[in-house]
Design a protein around this ligand. Structure first.
Ligand code: URA
Length: 241
């Protein structure tokens, strides 16, 4: 779906992202469009450092089935539903969030709460629909009170995400927030988001382009950062050209 400029601008406006177009492009004053330069970071190690032997899965459905009955960590005792992930198995775009929240736990689907509505709008602004992309989380069960996942929970869940990425083979991965970014890039927790954003990382053995952006829940609390997140998405989109 190719969105005409005026529709994209309207959607971005509704999300609260102001995009000014350059005079040359027939728009208003100064441009705030994403940098057309993609700064390519050095390749990172493949996500092979999990202590756990990678499990063998036959298909995405098989991964989902295993997630639904997973008891690898204590989070399973408190969940209503596990949330394996959803979307197009042939997606070019893969979005990776942190962990299911309250709504997601009830419905068994990722990003269906308020943060999910914002993510949907951003996906729409890219000219895509939710069923064209794949959306998953770093961990598949809701942590109590939406606390950060523990390193142990992340480690135990990691092979699911790794297998999902391996099967979907997206052309670009968008890491939503620091938890997802640190897992996928194997960076220490101490590395701040500002050092991870604004560049194209490479993920896994095939060097899939990976762009880090803010988590939609953070953007709901800090709407002034939405324009930056939009720049990140435009940088990700450049990887598909
Ligand atoms: N936040 C996430 O990181 N994932 C979800 O699925 C919902 C909210």
């Amino acid at each position: 779906m190719v969105l005409p400029d005026h529709r994209r601008t309207r959607i971005l406006d509704q999300i609260g992202i102001q995009v000014w177009r350059s005079r040359d492009a027939g728009g208003e004053d100064s441009p705030v469009t994403a940098s057309e330069e993609s700064r390519v970071a050095a390749p990172v190690d493949p996500v092979n450092s999990t202590e756990q032997e990678p499990d063998r899965y036959r298909s995405l459905e098989d991964i989902s089935a295993k997630v639904l009955e997973c008891q690898r960590c204590p989070l399973h005792t408190q969940r209503k539903r596990a949330v394996p992930g959803t979307g197009n198995p042939d997606a070019d775009w893969m979005f990776v969030g942190e962990a299911p929240g309250r709504e997601e736990d009830i419905r068994g689907l990722p990003f269906v709460g308020r943060a999910g509505q914002l993510l949907d709008s951003m996906i729409l602004a890219l000219g895509l629909s939710r069923d064209q992309v794949y959306i998953a989380n770093t961990i598949k069960c809701r942590p109590p009170n939406n606390r950060d996942p523990s390193p142990e929970e992340v480690r135990k869940c990691e092979s699911y995400l790794k297998a999902q990425i391996g099967m979907i083979q997206p052309r670009v991965i968008v890491a939503l927030g620091r938890i997802s970014a640190h897992l996928l890039l194997k960076t220490p927790d101490s590395v701040p988001m500002r050092e991870l954003r604004g560049q194209v990382h490479q993920h896994g053995p095939t060097g899939t382009p990976l762009v880090v952006t803010y988590h939609p829940a953070y953007l709901l609390r800090s709407p002034d950062q939405k324009a930056r997140a939009w720049e990140d998405l435009l940088l990700a989109r450049l990887q598909l050209k």
